[in-house]
Ligand binder design. Structure first.
Ligand code: COA
Length: 535
């Protein structure tokens, strides 16, 4: 493979200015992350600790193998919503390694509104289970939750992907032989009781964990019976009378150890084999990405400069280098794993879409995971291009992306606008993981374009009524739309609503992608659906 040579001058003023600005963006990101990961209010954290309980993230670090990373997902879920009363949406999810096995961990944070589930909590839980299903990863549920956040029952209870979906998913996962293990480390009330009850194997902590369909106040109101929580559904009841749980633990640490022991008994699974190489560091420092990562999306950046800082030895075997240069396609390795990379290098024309579709087919035939680096304003517009059938050629790319049956991973490095988002494996196209850089922007179109479209529509409406739009009204409308798009297009807005799996530091992209690829190998890749159509 050819080594990419960077044309970036790291001492040039433009690079230094961008880097200085970008370091501020990183600083804000890290502050927000640290604040969020500290969990609920200091009072709630203190109360939790005084009860002898470990915090959600402490539990996870004892559960997973020592010195292995935990790939936390959507840490900033619910950020900026509901007065930030739900840090991380009150639940920690991610992928960690237990006895060498990549596992999805779903841990309630009881310091956040008693670990109850609001809309984003539900979305995060369901998304983690989806990742388990797509990649055949066992699940561990660290349960410590008051169940549904009752004031907002209409957004958490009845719909297809609401609370009930947890149990449907558990049954589906278990039926596919994907282990489901729960540790009841606190409250587990009402519908929540089904999380441990639906698991293959369940552990409960003495004098701490409780499982009941209706808690003591509800029982009293319904039947008049007075009963303590422990008598109704504590650890002794469930491990010696009801049989709802299988193992009793003395405390959090003991429970986590029992869970690790269970992992030693799980069945052996077969991983997809890839032609892996020795790991090599890229020739260029990943932190150089700060010097040209697009803060101003109008400024074009050379996709190969990003690739040179992500792939092993900065080695890249480019496909169709001379053809349709607004997309860069080629093979490389990331931490030894072979990958096919598709990176935007400008707007998508017909030939761009065809080149990408052809390359996707090569990757599916060769069983090589696909990485999409999104920085896309969209498809080319205009009469010439419509006449040439941009919609038909674009559809070929979208079709190839949708049906590619190798794992896909998407990183939004700049803009993600319009149908470009779809063609580049946006959320709807089921990449195994999708990350945003903190500078990234996502919306149906750019704010300025949206403002121009809406002003044109308004003017045409008024003209039809014999009226005109005043300059002041036009400016006011423009400002309203620009402000709205600026807010809603931000990576924080996206990650808060789980349109992605998290915001990541660009310098960490390589690590996230390697962990993602490794995780995806737990489910062998199916055979390709068709041959390679030369477009
Ligand atoms: N819906 C909405 N808010 C809830 C809640 C629920 N189901 N359960 C707890 N909360 C809130 C509390 O109002 C409190 O909010 P605040 O911090 O703004 O004051 C916070 O969560 C912590 O609750 P608190 O009772 O002080 O904490 P705790 O650790 O002593 O007890 C629970 C936590 C979950 C065991 C307890 O609150 C409880 O039993 N809740 C009801 C559970 C239930 O019946 N759920 C039915 C779901 S279908």
């Amino acid at each position: 493979m050819i080594k990419l040579e960077s044309n970036i001058n790291t001492s040039n003023q433009e690079f230094l200015n961008n880097k200085q600005e970008y370091l501020k963006i990183i600083e804000v990101f890290k502050q927000r992350l640290a604040q969020t990961q500290s969990g609920g209010t200091p009072e709630a954290v203190l109360k939790h600790k005084q009860r002898g309980k470990l915090l959600a993230r402490e539990r996870i670090s004892l559960l997973i193998d020592a010195h292995t990373p935990f790939l936390e997902l959507s840490a900033l879920a619910a950020f900026g919503q509901k007065n930030d009363a739900f840090p991380s949406a009150g639940i920690v999810t991610g992928i960690g390694v237990i006895h060498g096995r990549e596992t999805v961990v779903i841990a309630n944070d009881a310091t956040v509104k008693g670990g109850t589930y609001m809309k984003e909590t539900i979305k995060k839980h369901v998304r983690a289970q989806e990742i388990a299903l797509e990649n055949h990863l066992p699940c561990v549920y660290l349960v410590d939750s008051g169940g549904a956040f009752l004031p907002e029952q209409d957004t958490v209870f009845p719909d297809k992907y609401d609370f009930g979906r947890f149990f449907f998913n558990q049954a589906q996962l278990s039926a596919k032989g994907i282990a489901q293990i729960a540790i009841v480390m606190g409250s587990c009330t009402a519908g929540g009781a089904y999380v441990p009850a639906m698991c293959d194997e369940t552990i409960i902590v003495r004098n701490q964990g409780t499982i009941f369909i209706g808690g003591p106040p509800l029982v009293k109101a319904a039947t008049g019976e007075e009963v303590s929580a422990e008598e109704l559904g504590g650890a002794v009841v469930h491990t010696s009378i009801s049989g709802v749980a299988d193992h009793i633990a003395e405390n959090d640490e003991h429970a986590l150890m029992i869970c690790r022991n269970i992992f030693e008994t799980l069945k052996v699974t077969h991983r997809q084999k890839l032609d892996c190489k020795e790991i090599e560091e890229p020739l260029y420092d990943a932190r150089e990405l700060y010097g040209f990562a697009p803060i101003n999306l109008k400024k074009p950046i050379d996709a190969k400069e990003i690739i040179a800082r992500l792939v092993d030895g900065s080695k890249f075997h480019e496909f169709k280098e001379q053809y349709a240069p607004t997309i860069v396609t080629g093979f490389a390795h990331i931490k030894g794993f072979p990958v096919g990379i598709i990176a935007n290098n400008g707007v998508i024309f017909s030939e761009t879409a065809l080149k990408a579709a052809h390359f996707i087919e090569l990757c599916t035939q060769r069983k090589v995971p696909l990485i999409f680096l999104q920085n896309i304003t969209g498809f080319i517009v205009g009469k010439e291009y419509e006449h040439k059938g941009i919609a038909r050629d674009g559809a070929k790319m979208v079709h190839a992306v949708a049906t590619a049956n190798v794992p896909k991973f998407t990183v939004v490095v700049g803009g993600s606008f319009g149908a470009g988002n779809y063609a580049m494996a946006g959320r709807a196209f089921e990449p195994r993981l999708l990350f945003m850089w903190p500078n990234a922007k996502i919306s149906v179109m750019g704010g300025e374009q949206a403002a121009n479209v809406l002003i044109t529509v308004k003017k045409e409406q008024l003209t039809a009524q014999g009226k005109t739009l005043s300059q002041t009204d036009e400016e006011q409308l423009r400002k309203q739309i620009l402000d709205k798009y600026e807010l809603e297009g931000s990576a924080y807005y996206s990650t808060s609503r789980l349109w992605d799996d998290g915001i990541i530091d660009p310098a960490e992209t390589r690590n996230y992608l390697a962990l993602g690829i490794s995780m995806s190998l737990n489910k062998p890749f199916p055979e390709p659906n068709n041959g390679v159509f030369r477009m």
